[in-house]
Design a protein around this ligand. Structure first.
Ligand SMILES: [Ca+2]
Length: 298
């Protein structure tokens, strides 16, 4: 077994300056017409950098599948789960898209209100001034990273974005089904490792775990959708790697934590498996964690 040091319970994690049960006031849910949100996001997304970042929703048919991995961690014990039909964003939410949401709603993220975010360099550092506009701290910026996934957003910030867009975060079961389908594969593309025979299928980190690796051209985040060979059976990209993704599900046994999935740019292939689970407090931001939204099948 290997450890993916994402949870704040891990010894590589700087302590929070507050008890996780002491939560900030709930972020007000913005009230905006979803049609307007969809139009604004489309206008901000299409054709950026010569590439189409339009918000594409991939349909995921309902079904029954075995969630988990008998060869995985103890909390991945296989169990049969039924999922109703839904849709999921083909790509992680980008900085450009999150900026539209903030401009329209005035939303202030949890890391902005807390005054810090967590930054990974082989361990997690609590960095003052790190937020979605300054992912590594006050001297950093997202200039040139407009089509990279937004990071340093909490689960509550992610849920607020999705609600504004007329969507929601996927449950853990929906996320895993969208990533692997029903045939028991280990990764979105199948059972082959993320890099094999010169084909790179995900943005991930060093082996052994867990430093940034620029072998794929990206030491940290990559523009969303950069690894088409890593598509899941239903179409979504980057379900393994690039950034971990918040879900709508509480982490079992940890009522103040939310489940994250998919592994990130600093993790090794073990952590990129579709069944790997982590939990973190719902009001902290990290520079290896983003999200994508789901919605009801239209
Ligand atoms: Ca991802």
């Amino acid at each position: 077994m290997q450890i993916c040091p994402l949870s704040y319970h891990h010894p590589l994690f700087d302590a929070l300056p507050f008890h996780p049960k002491v939560r900030a006031a709930v972020t007000p849910r913005p009230a905006r017409a979803t049609a307007l949100a969809a139009a604004l996001l489309a206008a901000a997304s299409a054709g950026a950098n010569g590439k189409d970042f339009t918000v594409r929703m991939d349909p995921v048919p309902g079904g029954t599948f075995v969630m988990g991995d008998a060869m995985g961690e103890p909390d991945e014990k296989p169990r049969q789960v039924a999922v109703a039909p839904f849709e999921i964003m083909a790509l992680e939410v980008t900085n450009r898209q999150f900026a539209v949401f903030v401009a329209e709603t005035g939303h202030r993220t949890d890391p902005e209100r807390r005054g810090f975010g967590f930054v990974w360099d082989g361990r997690w550092h609590r960095v003052q001034g790190a937020d979605w506009r300054r992912p590594s701290g006050s001297d950093s910026s997202i200039a040139g990273l407009e089509d990279h996934p937004v990071v340093q957003v909490s689960a509550r910030d992610a849920a607020a974005f999705c609600a504004w867009a007329g969507l929601r975060l996927p449950s853990e079961a929906e996320w895993e089904f969208a990533a692997r389908g029903a045939d028991g594969r280990r990764y979105p593309w199948g059972d082959d490792p993320p890099e094999q025979d010169g084909i790179r299928r995900a943005n991930f980190g060093t082996v052994p775990c867990c430093g940034p690796s620029a072998v794929d051209g990206f030491a940290a985040t990559a523009p969303v959708g950069s690894f088409p060979a890593g598509a899941s059976p239903f179409g979504p990209l980057d379900m393994a790697g690039n950034v971990w993704e918040w879900t709508a599900s509480r982490f079992p046994g940890k009522p103040h934590e939310v489940a994250l999935r998919g592994g990130g740019w600093g993790n090794n292939p073990w952590c990129l498996r579709v069944s790997y689970r982590h939990g973190n407090p719902d009001d902290i931001g990290l520079d290896m964690v983003g999200f994508r939204c789901a919605g009801e099948m239209r």
